[in-house]
Write a protein that binds this ligand. Structure first.
Ligand SMILES: [Zn+2]
Ligand SMILES: [Zn+2]
Length: 184
C-alpha cells in the first residue's frame, strides 16, 4: 500500500535551502513526508498577453495531467504572476480535495507595496499560502478563526495577520481526513 505524502514541484528555480524550509513547515503541520522535485514546464503557452499574467486554471490543469497516485498531494511553486478570469491576481489555487495545487511568490514581495525588501517575511508569506492551498486539497474550507491559516487572504496584510498554523478545529478535521483516507 502506498503511503500518503506531499510533493513540492519546483517550477521557479527556487533554492534548495529555501524549499527545505517550506518542506519542514509542511511536514510539521500535516504530519506527512514531504519531498521536493525540480520541474520544468514551458510557461509561455499559459501567458495571457492582454493581462500580462499567467493563467492559473490552465497551469493547474497541465500539472494535474501528470498527476501522481491519489494519496500524494502535489503543489507546484512558481515565481510568475498568476491570475484566473474572475480575480485580478491569485497567491495560489487548489481545488477542494484535489491532488494538485499551485502557489506563486510573485505577489508576496514587499517592494511593490513600497516597503523594504524582507526575505524572511517573503518566506513566511509563501509558507502560509502553500499551507493554505494544501489545506483545501485535504478538504478544508475557508475558516473564520482570525489566526487560522485557512482564513481567506486577498492582500499580503491578510497573510501577515494570520499565523502559519491551522486552528484546532481545522487541525482536527485534517487529521480525520488524512487518517480516514489511510484506511481505504
Ligand atoms: Zn483559500
Ligand atoms: Zn481554522
Amino acid at each position: 500500500m502506498s503511503e500518503q505524502a506531499i510533493v513540492i514541484n519546483n517550477h521557479g528555480n527556487f533554492e534548495k535551502n529555501f524549499l527545505e524550509k517550506i518542506a519542514s513547515r509542511l511536514a510539521q503541520e500535516f504530519h506527512l513526508p514531504v519531498s521536493i522535485e525540480d520541474c520544468h514546464i514551458d510557461l509561455s503557452e499559459f501567458y495571457n498577453p492582454m493581462r500580462r499574467q499567467y493563467d492559473g486554471n490552465r497551469i493547474l490543469k497541465e500539472l494535474d495531467l501528470h498527476s501522481l497516485p491519489p494519496q500524494v498531494k502535489k503543489i507546484g511553486l512558481f515565481r510568475v504572476d498568476l491570475c484566473i478570469p474572475i480575480l485580478t491576481y491569485i497567491f495560489g489555487q487548489a481545488p477542494l480535495n484535489g491532488n494538485t495545487g499551485i502557489a506563486s511568490l510573485y505577489r508576496l514581495h514587499n517592494e511593490p507595496y513600497g516597503m523594504n525588501k524582507d526575505e524572511d517575511m517573503l518566506l513566511d508569506r509563501f509558507k502560509k499560502v502553500i499551507t493554505h492551498e494544501l489545506g483545501h486539497m485535504f478538504g478544508l474550507l475557508h475558516c473564520h478563526v482570525p489566526h487560522c491559516v485557512m482564513r481567506s487572504s486577498t492582500y499580503v496584510e491578510d497573510l501577515d495577520q494570520k499565523s502559519h498554523n491551522l486552528c484546532k478545529k481545522c487541525h482536527a478535521e485534517i487529521r480525520s481526513s488524512i487518517s480516514g483516507q489511510h484506511l481505504t
